[in-house]
Design a protein around this ligand. Structure first.
Ligand SMILES: C[S@@+](CC[C@H](N)C(=O)[O-])C[C@H]1O[C@@H](n2cnc3c(N)ncnc32)[C@H](O)[C@@H]1O
Length: 172
């Protein structure tokens, strides 16, 4: 799906928050034009090392810049703009990641936030799960931000019931 979004939006500069083993990074890097680049941020050193090995094995090292560290420390060091931004790390920080995504965007940038349904957990207003709270605030912020046009899509698959939010930056 991310690869299709990249091709549809003709993205060249992609930012990913949350690398894990590099699975989504590799899908996105493969969808880029030859001069495209994915910048990805991972907090956990072991995950980052696994991702680095996977990216190297996929022959994509030249197309991926992997930053190791907490996203909120790395984001202020990045050079804008990005054409597509995939938010998929600690959901509790999604409201901060949205603010950074907008700062690092330009008109037409696509912002995708993963896991925004969580088996219906996001509509449980009594939930005290910090991740659910982060996601609820993230979706609320997007819906109230006049610079963004957005929709939420639910998915059902082998990993269960979940979904994502996608937004486009209309103006900054
Ligand atoms: C859901 S996984 C990412 C999955 C990956 N995007 C994919 O689809 O293949 C979330 C990752 O975010 C990382 N993470 C959690 N908190 C973070 C933070 N504050 N800064 C950077 N990465 C973080 C976790 O270590 C984990 O590897």
């Amino acid at each position: 799906m991310l690869a299709i979004f990249i091709r549809m939006s003709r993205a060249v500069r992609v930012l990913e928050i949350g690398t894990l083993g590099g699975y989504s990074t590799i899908w996105m890097a493969r969808a880029l034009p030859p001069h495209g680049r994915v910048t990805t941020i991972e907090f956990n050193e072991h995950h980052a090392e696994v991702a680095r090995q996977n990216i190297n094995k996929a022959g994509l090292a030249e197309h991926v810049t992997l930053h190791i560290g907490a996203a909120l420390n790395v984001l202020p060091t990045l050079k804008a703009p990005f054409d597509l931004i995939f938010i998929d790390a600690d959901k509790v920080n999604n409201p901060h990641y949205l603010e950074w995504a907008i700062k690092l965007s330009q008109q037409g940038t696509v912002i995708v936030g993963d896991n925004t349904v969580r088996g219906g957990g996001v509509i449980d207003s009594c939930s005290d799960d910090p991740n659910v709270k982060g996601l609820r605030e993230f979706v609320q912020m997007i819906s109230e931000d006049e610079r963004l046009e957005a929709t939420a899509v639910q998915t059902v698959g082998e990993k269960g019931w979940d979904g994502f939010v996608m937004a486009i930056v209309k103006a900054r």
